[in-house]
Write a protein of this length. Structure first.
Length: 109
């Protein structure tokens, strides 16, 4: 089951789990609230073997950027046991005209 990309008033947010130890997350702003100047972003991952949160707080590629994305790695013990992993990304993007909330994209592998 996947809802890897979700859209809202500010743009869209994505979460893709590539493997049981790696994934990708991103946001794409539509510009109605300006460009990004900072983001608080995290990915929460869970499996029957463990849980973790990956923090990706930081800056966009340049001030005012509309797009940001990053690969990440994690370990919830699922690779060794072939357990299913579920993830959800969440965050707040501070823009030049206010703030935008991440829309909780989800993925399962």
């Amino acid at each position: 089951m996947t809802q890897g990309t979700v859209s809202g008033n500010c743009g869209s947010a994505t979460l893709t789990l590539y493997t049981k130890t790696s994934g990708y997350t991103s946001y794409s702003l539509n510009g109605l609230y300006g460009g990004s100047v900072y983001h608080q972003w995290s990915i929460s991952l869970s499996a029957r073997t463990g849980n973790t949160i990956v923090n990706r707080d930081g800056f966009p590629p340049f001030p005012g950027a509309l797009n940001w994305g990053t690969n990440f790695s994690y370990n919830v013990g699922a690779a060794a046991t072939n357990a299913s992993v579920s993830g959800v990304a969440s965050g707040i993007v501070t823009t030049t005209l206010g703030t935008c909330s991440g829309l909780l994209p989800r993925d399962t592998i």
